[in-house]
Design a binder for this molecule. Structure first.
Ligand code: ADE
Length: 253
């Protein structure tokens, strides 16, 4: 456990974590606080992989343990998100350059969305780590068939999938009504996607001065037309895509 540096890999989904663990030759389980942390190597780089768990508190606890107990020197988060901006479609990737808690509201004491005592609503991700992840994501999107096979690529129209970069918003709510996503778009017009953990992990990494990057595959449009088969999308598309992007990232180190 004294080896440094070690990269923290946080997966939002069981399937995603399984796809990561499949690629590690030597993972060891280390249980802490009801979570299984997996210490291993990928392309010779030490990492600790873990499931985020769902929601801001659970994800913040997971991130804090990664930092305090496992001494990771950066955190990379992968998962799925609902598309908010009109041009963000199912199958696209969104790389967070900033994250914000859309359900934070201590007004009138503080401005809407501002996290009290931080003097800010938005937490930036690390530029260099995000750039590296963006390159890895572009490489995967350039050849979706290599990751997903021709059938799945065609079924989900992934030859047209794009990488977007910008604001991702987080809250303790699965957004599944058109009225709710419209309200988010009105309040936060530059938001690309919505999920349930990213801004919490970004805030923890901010507190510790740790580089953080977050990549999400768009699984739905955060409206009433939920994806036909969410679990199938996660198993067939989101998990292999995350693993392939991480593979390209570790190869590039
Ligand atoms: N993760 C994936 N889709 C989501 C949605 N619509 N709302 C919140 N988190 C999500």
């Amino acid at each position: 456990m004294n080896e440094v540096p070690r990269i923290g890999i946080v997966s939002a989904l069981h399937d995603e974590l399984a796809a990561v663990l499949q690629r590690l030759p030597d993972e060891q389980r280390a249980p802490v606080a009801g979570r299984d942390f997996w210490c291993g190597h990928w392309h010779g780089h030490a990492l600790v992989a873990v499931l985020a768990r769902v929601g801001k508190v659970a994800a913040a606890t997971t991130a804090t343990i990664l930092i305090e107990r496992f001494g990771v020197d950066r955190i990379v988060f992968t998962g799925v998100a609902g598309g908010l901006a009109a041009h963000v479609r199912v199958g696209d990737l969104v790389l967070a350059r900033e994250l914000l808690q859309h359900d934070m509201d201590a007004s009138p004491l503080f401005a809407r969305h501002e996290v009290p005592l931080y003097g800010r609503a938005r937490f930036a991700t690390d530029a260099a780590l995000s750039d590296a992840l963006a390159r890895a994501a572009q490489a995967v999107l350039a050849r979706p068939e290599a990751t997903l096979g021709a059938g799945v690529t065609r079924e989900f129209a992934l030859h047209a999938a794009r990488l977007h970069q910008g604001l991702v918003v987080t809250g303790d709510r699965f957004v599944a009504a058109a009225a709710d996503s419209a309200a988010l778009r009105a309040a936060l017009p530059d938001a690309l996607a919505v999920e349930m953990e990213g801004a919490a992990v970004a805030q923890v990494c901010h507190d510790y001065g740790l580089p953080f990057a977050a990549l999400r595959t768009i699984s739905d449009r955060a409206d009433d037309s939920a994806h036909v088969d969410f679990s199938r999308f996660v198993a067939r598309v989101a998990s292999p895509v995350s693993a392939a992007v991480l593979e390209a990232y570790f190869q590039s180190l």
